[in-house]
Design a protein around this ligand. Structure first.
Ligand code: 13P
Length: 253
């Protein structure tokens, strides 16, 4: 059985004070015994604070990672550095990285590989733009994004990985994919993986991301192939984030 995962991608938001408060409020608000996982992805500079304050209740990681080990790559952060800070996970290939920073699927595959090499669980983000959905190429776009990683690391690379399906048109827009629309793509992703390995296809958690909130989380997370959410805006206050965690708790108990 796959456990639900509720993950908060803080993007370019926060401060030292906000990180400290948000982490302690989340810990306080989570049930003592829970059967779902929680993760946060704060900006890099707050990871040391996460390291000293999250305890065992929450996993944490970076929002991206360098594909390089070390060297003259100004501004980059390596997987080994994240690991040293106690990160367990890292996002790779978020649509904002793909579009604003021109990360290609080939770059992203290398980042995924670097994460695995250092014992981090990569969370591979994929998803189509509105234009791509409207022209009927959603499955092709998502398949290309995932196949680029399979080509580099093999299907075995997904034995310790998470996929996040985030339709670009639903990110930060308040427009959520309907649970059926999301389920359709999640099932497609699982079938794509099962072409290579049925076992791994059934093991990989596939998160949905795009305007998830307390009011729609239950419906989304109860779909067969949706294993939780990658939350942007609603991960920035404990009230909103815990409302989503509460739905995951109801479904997991
Ligand atoms: P929103 O929840 O703000 O739509 O963002 C989703 C996202 O991009 C998470 O990575």
């Amino acid at each position: 059985m796959r456990k639900l995962l509720v993950a908060g991608n803080w993007k370019l938001n926060g401060s030292i004070a906000m990180t400290a408060d948000l982490i302690s409020e989340i810990i306080e608000g989570l049930p003592n015994e829970k059967n779902f996982d929680v993760a946060i992805f704060p900006p890099f500079v707050y990871l040391p604070l996460a390291n000293t304050s999250v305890g065992n209740a929450i996993k944490y990681g970076g929002q991206t990672v360098s594909e390089h080990e070390s060297g003259a790559y100004t501004g980059e952060i390596s997987a080994a550095m994240l690991k040293e800070l106690g990160c367990q996970m890292v996002l790779v290939g978020h649509s904002e990285r793909r579009s604003y920073y021109k990360e290609s699927s080939a770059n992203i595959a290398k980042k995924f590989q670097a994460a695995l090499k250092h014992g981090l669980t990569p969370v591979l983000c994929c998803g189509e733009t509105l234009e791509q959905r409207e022209s009927g190429v959603t499955e092709k776009v998502v398949a290309d994004q995932i196949n680029a990683v399979i080509e580099l690391v093999g299907i075995e690379g997904f034995a310790n990985a998470v996929i996040a399906y985030e339709p670009v048109w639903a990110i930060g827009t308040g427009k959520t994919a309907s649970s059926e629309q999301a389920q359709e793509v999640h099932a497609f992703i699982r079938s794509l993986l099962s072409l290579k390995s049925d076992t791994i296809a059934h093991l990989v958690p596939i998160l949905y991301g795009g305007s998830v909130k307390g009011s729609n989380a239950k419906e989304l997370f109860s779909m067969q192939d949706i294993d939780g959410g990658l939350i942007g805006g609603a991960s920035l206050t404990s009230e909103d984030f815990l409302a989503i965690c509460q739905q995951a708790d109801v479904l997991s108990s």
